[in-house]
Design a binder for this molecule. Structure first.
Ligand SMILES: Nc1nc2c(ncn2[C@@H]2O[C@H](COP(=O)(O)OP(=O)(O)OP(=O)(O)O)[C@@H](O)[C@H]2O)c(=O)[nH]1
Length: 202
């Protein structure tokens, strides 16, 4: 078996049951698991390669457990992450409060980690608008304030799921290019790959 080399570490954070595992399942395995909810214990890892222009970027995705019981453990998993997908459930206002907690943590401890806010379960809102508890514009204002990207997704229908991970990979990729352009006298033709490899690594 060949080991997959990971370019960028991505961590999933958010209150329990917001749908972190479902988001990863939908993205990586193109499925939505129905049946009794099983909480994540500790964390789970999966690697996924995707195309950005003519490059292949491999994301190493850590899906953490949302239960506060595992909070200390989640801190281990976000260490060195280049992207954090901070999830909240659009039908649960307390989950957005928890998302703000994780944002603060990342701002204090992982300054190079880019933050993506992800409001989950948008299919429930589409079925019944009255169940929405987190206002789109409030989150967008917060996202603008912290310089984050903001998505509303559904792992059930697949809405916006690919877009979140694609944006993470594109941002990682352009960070690598910026890094190359800052270097003086670099022959991009020859050095492109090795610079890409070195940028944004843990
Ligand atoms: N309708 C709907 N339900 C969802 C969606 N995403 C997740 N769920 C449901 O929400 C529950 C929790 O989903 P998980 O993906 O296990 O949540 P989690 O954030 O990984 O939970 P922890 O492992 O406890 O941190 C499950 O019953 C899912 O089926 C979605 O997009 N739409």
């Amino acid at each position: 078996m060949t080991a997959m080399r990971v370019d960028a570490k991505v961590v999933m954070l958010g209150k329990e049951s917001v749908g972190k595992t479902s988001l990863v399942e939908r993205y990586v395995h193109r499925r939505f698991l129905v049946g009794p909810y099983q909480n994540t214990i500790g964390a789970a890892f999966v690697a996924k390669a995707l195309n950005v222009g003519d490059k292949v970027v491999t994301l190493g995705i850590w899906d953490t457990a949302g239960s506060e019981r595992y909070e200390a453990m989640s801190r281990i998993y976000y260490r060195g992450a280049r992207a954090a997908i901070v999830c909240y459930d659009l039908t649960d206002s307390s989950s957005f409060k928890r998302a703000r907690f994780w944002v603060k943590e990342l701002q204090n401890c992982e300054e190079h980690c880019k933050i993506y806010l992800c409001g989950t379960k948008s299919d429930l809102i589409e079925a019944d608008r009255s169940v929405r508890q987190v206002d789109f514009h409030d989150v967008q204002d917060f996202a603008d304030e912290i310089g984050a990207q903001h998505f509303e997704t559904s792992s059930k229908t697949g809405k916006n799921v690919d877009e979140v991970f694609q944006k993470v990979a594109e941002d990682f990729s352009s960070c690598a290019l910026e890094f190359m352009q800052e270097e003086k006298g670099v022959d991009l033709g020859q050095k492109k790959d090795s610079y890409f490899d070195n940028c944004c690594h843990n």
